[in-house]
Design a protein around this ligand. Structure first.
Ligand SMILES: [Zn+2]
Length: 89
């Protein structure tokens, strides 16, 4: 349902959203919106889609997250998150 696009991850992996379904694209909305959804008896899929705040692409190779604003038609990356190294003792 979103604009088809592709970006090259900083690790070199090519990401694109043209294959559906996939495990790379995540839809995110706030807890406040989730509470609004719970309060409704039912919600149609278009209404649910319109509640999304961010589209997040996850690189399958390095797990970086690329954050897009859902309502931004320019579809440009707003934030990039990289996993920090840490020891899990
Ligand atoms: Zn990557």
């Amino acid at each position: 349902m979103s604009i088809m696009a592709r970006i090259q991850c900083k690790c070199g992996e090519l990401l694109w959203n043209g294959q559906t379904p996939n495990e790379s694209l995540l839809w995110v909305f706030s807890d406040r919106k989730m509470c609004n959804i719970y309060e409704q008896d039912s919600i149609d899929t278009l209404s649910l889609y319109n509640l999304i705040d961010y589209d997040i692409w996850k690189c399958p190779k390095c797990n970086r997250l690329y954050v897009f604003e859902h309502d931004n038609p320019s579809n440009t990356v707003k934030k990039i998150y990289k996993i920090e190294e840490m020891n899990y003792d």
